[in-house]
Design a protein around this ligand. Structure first.
Ligand code: PLP
Length: 389
């Protein structure tokens, strides 16, 4: 079709959503589908959080708020960030957004343009590459390898930087692998980046609270060498099981905050006040449900990793965070898309093919274990059956 922005043809999609749509169709046809495709905790939002939003609605908080978010929420986020990372954040550098995804969008609207290179994880969250392509910039793949527990190598990353590089995207713990970048690697990166003062970093820390085995999160903002060029993305979707509330935030360097805020004004205006009030309650209220959820995730991860490694031609490392495992699956050298498709259409299990996260994901499947243990047991039996067929 003529007359459209030529880059609109480049924009990708998120296969987890199309797989969800197909699963729902199969469910309508009466099939019992196990959905291990979507990255959404299978726990309800805690009642105290829901109640706070209901009260805000009843109290008549129905209007616009300031576009960057209500001050109490930004102060609460700054306080929470300090408690977790020991770094003081100016609440005026925080932009409250409709989910973490908007931070990716706005950051790429600020940095992306033809001629610019942006380094992005591969395999990595699909929205990064889609938006880089849409902006006409060049996505440069930063490999995250299984032998490296799906972390990256700081020296390799630094070797990818050239005069056209404007932004590096990092994500730890990661989607789709659950990989956690060790503190030492970030330290090496921060030191190395001193040589490249014009390169900014978008650090996607949306899974930073979902960590296992004593892993500690290191925010890139804790490194003084890069502090003034780090954008942190975080939010409530995963930690507080609030995916549908659409609430996230970006911490932007002062030098670019005003641009992010202008994008917010022109795009989403502000976040509904009851949702923002719920965000305050989530951070200030009891954290028991978060602890319980993480404990349950860890039990499921342990079960899956042990059982997957018992299956013929399947191998799986134990991820340090998030709620995904990313097993390598070799079924007669079939493409991961074909394997995932077969599993959905014939065994009624929804997974996401590794290749949809970039070429380095070929040969893998993403399994989201945001699903009850009984479903995971059934999945293991069906996968075992399939691998032996
Ligand atoms: N970043 C990563 C790595 C994700 O996996 C997701 C959601 O799947 C997001 C950001 C966006 O989260 P939200 O639902 O808050 O927009």
């Amino acid at each position: 079709m003529d007359g459209l922005n030529k880059f609109i043809y480049e924009i990708g999609s998120d296969s987890a959503f199309s797989i969800l749509a197909r699963s729902n169709e199969l469910i309508k046809q009466g099939k019992e589908v196990i959905n291990l495709g979507i990255g959404q905790p299978d726990f309800p939002t805690a009642p105290n959080i829901v109640e706070s939003a209901v009260k805000a609605l009843r109290d008549g908080n129905h209007g616009y708020s300031s576009s960057n978010g209500i001050l109490e929420l930004r102060e609460t986020v700054a306080h929470d960030f300090f408690n977790r990372n020991n770094v003081k954040i100016d609440p005026n550098d925080i932009l409250i957004t409709p989910g973490g995804k908007a931070v990716i969008f706005y950051t790429l609207l600020i940095f992306g343009q033809p001629g610019v290179e942006i380094i992005t994880p591969n395999p990595g969250f699909i929205a990064y590459k889609s938006m880089i392509d849409y902006m006409g910039a060049k996505a440069v793949a930063l490999p995250h390898r299984m032998k490296n527990n799906f972390s990256f190598d700081a020296e390799e990353l630094l070797s990818l930087i050239n005069d056209n590089t404007r932004l590096i995207i990092l994500n730890s713990p990661a989607n789709p692998t659950g990989g956690v970048v060790p503190h030492l690697e970030l330290e090496k990166l921060a030191k190395g980046l001193k040589k490249f003062p014009n390169v900014f970093i978008l650090s996607d820390e949306i899974y930073s609270r979902i960590l296992f085995d004593g892993h500690k999160h290191s925010s890139l903002l804790t490194f003084p060498e890069v502090k003034d060029r780090v954008i942190v993305l975080d939010g409530w979707s995963k930690t507080y099981s609030m995916t549908g509330w659409r609430l996230g935030y970006g911490i932007f360097p002062k030098s670019i905050f005003k641009y992010a805020e202008k994008l917010a004004i022109n795009c989403h205006s502000c976040i509904s006040i009851p949702t923002q009030v719920a965000g305050i309650e989530a951070l200030k209220g009891s954290q028991d449900s978060v602890k319980k959820m993480i404990q349950e995730f860890q039990e499921r991860r342990d079960f899956l990793v042990t059982e997957l490694n018992k299956i013929k031609n399947v191998s799986c490392v134990s991820p340090g965070g998030a709620f995904y495992v990313f097993p390598k699956i070799n079924k007669k050298n079939q493409k991961s898309k074909d394997i995932s498709n077969f599993l959905l259409e014939k065994k009624f299990i929804a997974t996401v093919p590794g290749s949809s996260f970039g070429p380095n994901g070929e040969g893998f499947l993403r399994i989201s274990y945001a699903s009850k243990l009984k479903n995971l047991k059934r999945f293991i039996n069906l996968l075992n059956e399939y691998m032996n067929e």
